[in-house]
Write a protein that binds this ligand. Structure first.
Ligand code: NAD
Ligand code: TYD
Length: 333
């Protein structure tokens, strides 16, 4: 297969590129990425010289670039997105542009070039929060933030293209990913790197919110399985089955690093903050997939990765990140 992977310089996309190159010797990968603040080619340094891999700097909203890259592709996996909920609250515009209009640009290219599979990488956040039980693929969408509303808009468009034009699409909705190379704005890399620097960990609201964590390697295996064996027009949830309360996660990180709980700071809650996500993944499990990483082991290896890869995140934290952090966490010591 010749696969176009958009947003491949980001966190999950870079792991997915490595997964494909390692597991499918006959595949080639083109990585189309705009290199926003979240895109980092260092995430792919180990595959940069692989003859089966190439990189194109470009925007998924740019029909000309998309057309050129997509010509001759067998499949597209769309990771490219603005992804951070807090940034979507302070500035929704880029989210609507990239997540909705960018997906539309890709769908048009799929139609024009007869691409055989289009995998839209979506999120459990489109279901909104759920007090008990687990979201199933047929549940209605109730997004809470401009980020999740943009992702839901893209999901709707993708599925409408299936119905109207018979476009060969599949949608995955995964839960919160964690692992190496995650930009230090999401809770785990932010808290681990702050803790390593002796800085406070800002817990939103009462810290009793719940997320279902999946190791990025398990998500990549699920995505790959859906790409190759999923049924066109279908939606597949990909969850880790690890429900963790934020404050417990925060304390677990501090414990792992042997640091005191007094680094915890309760701060102003996120507006519209979703209380709990949980996914029913029976549909993907029926294809033979199962998550393999126990959360405690995954957290331990992730904390160890950030501890031994300071150069990776110190560079990020000295750039655009600092302006964002000072704005988002005003007044935090
Ligand atoms: P990320 O923020 O780490 O990376 C996003 C990548 O997309 C970056 O490399 C960025 O440069 C690129 N990009 C942004 N706008 C672009 C544009 N207009 N054109 C081309 N490239 C562009 O994101 P991530 O955490 O790796 O998430 C990847 C995908 O998975 C997203 O679609 C996200 O919605 C979805 N997802 C993420 C999670 C999670 O926990 N991180 C969970 C479920 C779903
Ligand atoms: P995040 O990593 O931003 O992922 P998402 O909002 O997409 O689930 O946040 C995960 C949880 O951690 C969420 O409930 C918000 C909370 N959180 C904090 O309490 N403090 C923080 O500084 C951040 C970034 C998140």
């Amino acid at each position: 297969m010749r696969i176009v992977i958009t947003g491949g310089a980001g966190f999950i996309g870079s792991h997915f590129i490595r997964h494909v190159l390692q597991h499918h010797r006959d595949d080639t990968v083109v990585n189309l990425d705009k290199l926003t603040y979240a895109g980092n080619l260092e995430n792919l340094a180990d595959v940069a010289d692989d003859p089966r891999y190439s990189f194109v700097k470009g925007d998924i909203c740019d029909a000309q670039v998309v057309d050129r890259v997509v010509a001759g592709a067998d499949a597209i996996v769309n990771f490219a997105a603005e992804t951070h909920v807090d940034r979507s609250i302070s500035g929704p515009q880029d989210f609507i542009r990239t997540d909705v209009l960018g997906t539309h640009t890709l769908l048009e290219a799929v139609r024009a070039h007869g691409v055989e599979r289009f995998l839209q990488v979506s999120t459990d956040e489109v279901y909104g929060d759920i007090a008990s039980g687990a979201s199933v693929e047929t549940d209605p969408l109730r997004p809470s933030s401009p980020y999740s509303a943009s992702k839901a808009g893209a999901d709707m468009l993708v599925l409408a293209y299936r119905r109207t034009y018979d476009t060969p699409v599949i949608v995955t909705r995964s839960s919160n990913n964690y692992g190496p190379n995650q930009y230090p704005e999401k809770i785990i890399p932010l808290f681990v790197t702050n803790a390593l620097d002796g800085q406070p960990l800002p817990v939103y609201g009462d810290g009793r919110q719940v997320r279902d964590w999946i190791h990025v390697a398990d998500n990549c295996a699920g995505l790959d399985q859906v790409l190759r064996q999923g049924t066109l027009g279908e939606i597949y949830n990909i969850g880790g089955g690890n429900e963790v309360v934020n404050i417990d996660l925060t304390k677990a990180i501090l414990r792992r690093l042997g640091l005191p709980a007094d680094l915890v700071r309760y701060v102003h809650d996120r507006p519209g903050h979703d209380r709990r996500y949980a996914l029913d993944c029976a549909k993907l499990r029926a294809l033979g997939w199962t998550p393999r990483t126990a959360f405690d082991d995954g957290l331990a290896s992730t904390v160890a990765w950030y501890a031994t890869n300071r150069a990776w995140w110190e560079k990020i934290k000295s750039g655009e990140w600092r302006r964002y952090y000072e704005q988002q966490y005003k007044g935090l010591g």
